[in-house]
Design a protein around this ligand. Structure first.
Ligand code: NAP
Length: 337
C-alpha cells in the first residue's frame, strides 16, 4: 500500500480499533492452537481456609483462569472450589483454564507429580502444566518439598537436569490420551531456554516469569516472542506489601485514565501481549482486578521507564538458598544439560 495512504488511514482509524479494550477473558493464542485467558487468579500464599472462598468468588465473578501449583500446598482446597462451581453449574470444566506446576523434588517423577496435582484438584486434565523451576531437588531428601543438606544448603539433585525433565514432560503431550493440554516452563532465563530448546521436540507453550515495571525482563520477553513462547507475568502487583502501587509513574498513568494502580499494573502486561496472574483472597480486590484497560504508547513509555531510574527489583526469590546469580548461574547446578 502507498505509505502516505496508509498514514492517512491510520490517522483516521478510531482509537478503539487500534487499541481494543482488553478484558479479563481476552483469549491469547498459544503455540498449541489453544488460547489462555488474559487474567488468571493467583493462589500462591492463599492460605488454607481462605483459598476456596477466593476461587469460588473469582469464578462467580467471571474469572476463567486459575494458577495453581503443588508446592503451594493448597491445591486440595482449590479442587474443592472447582468442584463446587462446576457442580452448581456456574461454569463448565471446559470453560476453565487450569494451570499447575511440577515441583523441583518431582523432576524425576513427572507422571507422579502430575497425578498428585490432578487428584488434589479433582480434575482429569490440566490446561497447562509447567516446570516450576529449572532446578531438580533431591526426591529422597530430608523434606518432601524443600530438602536441605547437613550444611543448610539446598539439596540439589545433580543426577539429572532440566532438559531431561523437559523430555519427561514432553511425553505427557505425546500420548494418545494426554492429561495435559499444554506444557511449559517457569522462571526461565534466555540462557536456560536456549539449553532447553536445543534438546526440545516440543517448544514450551508458556514461560511464566516474574514481570512488572521494576522487572520488565525485556530480553526474556523478546526471546520468547521470537520463539513463539507465550509469557505469563507473575507477581504483577509486586507480591505482598508492594511499593509498586505508590510508584509515581504508575500513579500518573492511573490518574490520566481514572483507574486504580492495580488496573495499570495488570493492563501493562496486556499491552505486551502477555497474560497476567493477580493473587488476592479479598473479594473486593478480586473484583477490582478484573478491570483492564488499553494502554497507549505514551503510557507504556512511562511504565517502561520506571526501572531505568529505580533499578531492578525482584520480589520472588528462588527456593535454592542464597543464589545471587539465579537464574543464569544457580550455585552448583549443572548448566551443561
Ligand atoms: N511460577 C512461579 O514461580 C510463581 C512465583 C510467584 C507467583 N506465581 C503466581 O503468580 C501469582 C501472583 O503473584 P503473587 O502472588 O506473588 O503476587 P501479586 O499478585 O503481585 O500480589 C498479591 C498481593 O497483592 C495484594 N492485592 C491483590 N490485589 C490487590 C489490589 N487490587 N489492591 C491492593 N492489593 C492487592 C494481595 O493481597 P490479598 O490477597 O490479601 O488481597 C497480595 O498481598 C501467584 O499467586 C502465583 O499463582 C508464580
Amino acid at each position: 500500500m502507498n505509505p502516505s495512504l496508509a498514514k492517512f488511514m491510520l490517522a483516521r482509524t478510531p482509537k478503539s480499533i487500534l487499541h481494543p479494550t482488553p478484558t479479563m477473558n481476552t483469549e491469547l493464542k498459544l503455540n498449541t492452537g489453544n488460547s489462555i485467558p488474559a487474567l488468571g487468579l493467583g493462589t500462591w500464599q492463599s492460605a488454607p481456609g481462605e483459598v476456596k472462598k477466593a476461587v469460588v468468588h473469582a469464578i462467580e465473578a467471571g474469572y476463567r483462569h486459575i494458577d495453581c501449583a503443588y508446592c503451594y500446598q493448597n491445591e486440595d482446597e482449590v479442587g474443592e472450589a472447582l468442584q463446587d462451581v462446576i457442580s452448581r453449574g456456574i461454569v463448565k470444566r471446559e470453560d476453565l483454564f487450569i494451570t499447575s506446576k511440577l515441583w523441583c523434588t518431582f523432576h524425576t517423577r513427572v507422571e507422579e507429580g502430575l497425578q498428585k496435582s490432578l487428584d488434589l484438584l479433582k480434575l482429569d486434565y490440566l490446561d497447562l502444566y509447567l516446570m516450576h523451576w529449572p532446578v531438580p531437588m533431591n526426591p529422597n531428601g530430608n523434606h518432601p518439598l524443600f530438602p536441605k543438606l547437613a550444611d543448610g544448603s539446598r539439596d540439589i539433585d545433580h543426577s539429572t537436569n532440566h532438559t531431561e525433565t523437559w523430555k519427561r514432560l514432553e511425553k505427557l503431550v505425546q500420548t494418545s490420551s494426554p492429561k495435559v493440554k499444554a506444557i511449559g516452563v517457569a522462571n526461565y532465563s534466555v540462557k536456560y531456554l536456549e539449553k532447553l530448546l536445543a534438546k526440545a521436540d516440543v517448544v514450551p507453550a508458556v514461560n511464566q516469569i516474574e514481570n512488572h515495571p521494576y522487572l520488565p525482563q525485556q530480553e526474556v520477553v523478546d526471546f520468547c516472542k521470537e520463539k513463539g513462547i507465550h509469557i505469563t507475568a507473575y507477581s504483577p502487583l509486586g507480591s505482598t506489601g508492594s511499593p509498586l502501587f505508590k510508584e509515581e509513574g504508575v500513579q500518573e498513568v492511573g490518574k490520566n485514565h481514572g483507574v486504580s494502580a492495580a488496573t495499570v499494573l495488570l493492563s501493562y502486561h496486556l499491552a505486551r501481549n502477555s497474560s497476567v496472574l493477580a493473587k488476592s483472597v479479598t473479594s473486593s480486590r478480586i473484583d477490582e482486578n478484573r478491570k483492564l484497560i488499553a494502554l497507549d504508547d505514551s503510557d507504556m513509555e512511562k511504565l517502561e521507564g520506571i526501572h531505568t531510574t529505580k533499578g531492578l527489583t525482584r520480589f520472588v526469590y528462588p527456593p535454592f538458598g542464597v543464589n545471587a546469580g539465579f537464574p543464569d548461574k544457580p550455585d552448583g547446578v549443572d548448566l551443561s544439560g
